[in-house]
Design a protein around this ligand. Structure first.
Ligand SMILES: *[C@@H]1O[C@H](CO)[C@@H](O)[C@H](O)[C@H]1NC(C)=O
Ligand SMILES: *[C@@H]1O[C@H](CO)[C@@H](O)[C@H](O)[C@H]1NC(C)=O
Length: 325
C-alpha cells in the first residue's frame, strides 16, 4: 500500500517548485491520469443529472402534453334551433326525447329550465333566488345538479318537476361547469383545474391542471363528458378543449369562431360568448349555444383540412386567468 502511494506521489513532487516566492511561471503539472478520471466522472455526473431530469419530465403532465398528438377540428352546422335570447346559458344537457335542460345566470334571472329542442320553448322553469347566479348543470341518477357563481353552494333538483331536493357545498374555489361520466362529477371553477368530485360528498377526489403544449388552459367553463373526454368551453374564446380526464392533457381543439361571427353579422349585436355543450349519446348529436344567443346549433365535428399555423391555437383559445374583482 505504502509503495503505490509513494509511486503515485512521485511525479507531483518532481514538478514541485522548490522556491514558491519566486513567481516564475511553472508549466502545469502533468497529471494526465487523474485529469482524465476527473473528466470522465464529470461527464458521468452530468449524464446522471440529465437522465434524472428526463425521467422527471417524462413522468410529468407537462412533458406528455408536449408529446401528445393534438387533433384540430372544425365544425359544420347540421341543424339550427331557436334558443331563448334571454337565457344567459351556463349549463346545458340533453336528456333524450328531444329535451334539453339548461341552467342560466345573471342575478335576478337565474334558473334551471326544461327546454324543447325543436322549438326552444321553455317547458318548465325553476327560478333561483335573486342573490344567486346560476352556473354549470349536470344530471346524475335523475337528479339535476347545479353550481353557482362566486359561491361554493350548489343545488339538487328533481328531473321530473324541477323541485329543489337539496343543497350542497363543494370544495372548488368557485362554481363554473359541471359534467358527469355517470360515476364522478367533473367540475370547473374558471381556473385551469379540472376537478373530479364525489357525487355523494361533493368533495374533490382528484384535480388535474389542464395543459396544452406546456401552456395551462385557464378559464375552463361549461363542461360535457363525451366518449371518455371532457369537453370544455374556454371562457372568452370560440374554442372547445377536449380534455383527457386522466391527466388533464388537451387531446383536441374544436374551433367555432364562425357561429358567433355569423350571428353578429346577422345583426345580433347583444350576444355574449359561446357557452353550452350538450351530448345526445343515443343519436350521437352535439349541441352548442351561447349566452343570450337566439340559436342553438347541432354540429358535426371533423378534422381541419388545412394545417394549423404556428401559434394560432394559442392566440385563439388561450387567455390569461380572468380576474372578476
Ligand atoms: C317526449 O316528449 C313529448 C313532447 O314533449 C311528450 O309528449 C312525451 O310524453 C315525451 N315522452 C317521454 C317518454 O317522455
Ligand atoms: C316532484 O316530484 C317528487 C318525486 O319525483 C315529489 O316527491 C315532489 O313532491 C314533487 N314536487 C312537486 C312540487 O310536485
Amino acid at each position: 500500500m505504502a509503495k503505490t502511494r509513494s509511486l503515485k506521489k512521485k511525479p507531483r513532487e518532481s514538478n514541485h517548485n522548490p522556491n514558491p516566492s519566486m513567481a516564475t511561471p511553472s508549466p502545469p503539472p502533468r497529471r494526465r491520469k487523474p485529469q482524465t478520471l476527473a473528466t470522465v466522472s464529470a461527464i458521468l455526473a452530468v449524464l446522471l443529472v440529465i437522465s434524472v431530469i428526463c425521467l422527471l419530465l417524462v413522468s410529468s403532465n407537462t412533458w406528455r402534453a408536449f408529446q401528445q398528438v393534438v387533433s384540430y377540428e372544425t365544425i359544420t352546422v347540421v341543424n339550427e334551433f331557436p334558443h331563448d335570447p334571454q337565457a344567459f346559458t351556463q349549463g346545458l344537457l340533453y336528456t333524450g326525447n328531444n329535451t334539453l335542460f339548461e341552467s342560466t345566470g345573471i342575478y335576478g334571472k337565474s334558473s334551471v329550465r326544461k327546454v324543447a329542442l325543436r322549438t326552444g320553448k321553455v317547458q318548465k322553469l325553476q327560478k333561483l333566488d335573486d342573490s344567486l347566479f346560476g352556473e354549470g348543470l349536470t344530471l346524475l341518477n335523475n337528479r339535476l345538479i347545479q353550481v353557482t357563481w362566486l359561491q361554493t353552494v350548489g343545488f339538487i333538483y328533481d328531473l321530473k318537476n324541477l323541485s329543489k331536493l337539496g343543497t350542497f357545498k363543494h370544495d372548488m374555489k368557485d362554481g363554473w361547469g359541471l359534467a358527469t361520466d355517470g360515476k364522478v362529477l367533473f367540475g370547473s371553477d374558471g381556473s385551469s383545474t379540472l376537478y373530479q368530485i364525489d357525487p355523494q360528498t361533493f368533495k374533490a377526489v382528484s384535480k388535474q391542471v389542464v395543459f396544452y403544449k406546456g401552456h395551462q388552459v385557464h378559464n375552463l367553463n361549461e363542461l360535457e363528458y363525451i366518449n371518455g373526454e371532457v369537453w370544455a368551453n374556454v371562457y372568452m374564446t370560440d374554442c372547445i378543449a377536449k380534455i383527457s380526464p386522466n391527466d388533464g392533457v388537451v387531446v383536441g381543439w374544436i374551433l367555432l369562431p364562425n357561429l358567433r361571427k355569423e350571428l353578429i353579422e346577422a345583426g345580433y349585436n347583444a350576444i355574449d360568448v359561446l357557452n353550452g355543450i350538450a351530448w345526445d349519446a343515443e343519436q350521437e348529436r352535439i349541441f352548442v349555444t351561447g349566452k343570450l344567443w337566439p340559436k342553438l346549433y347541432e354540429i358535426k365535428v371533423s378534422p381541419m383540412k388545412s394545417t394549423i399555423k404556428e401559434g394560432m391555437v394559442e392566440q385563439l383559445c388561450l387567455r390569461k386567468p380572468f380576474n372578476f374583482s
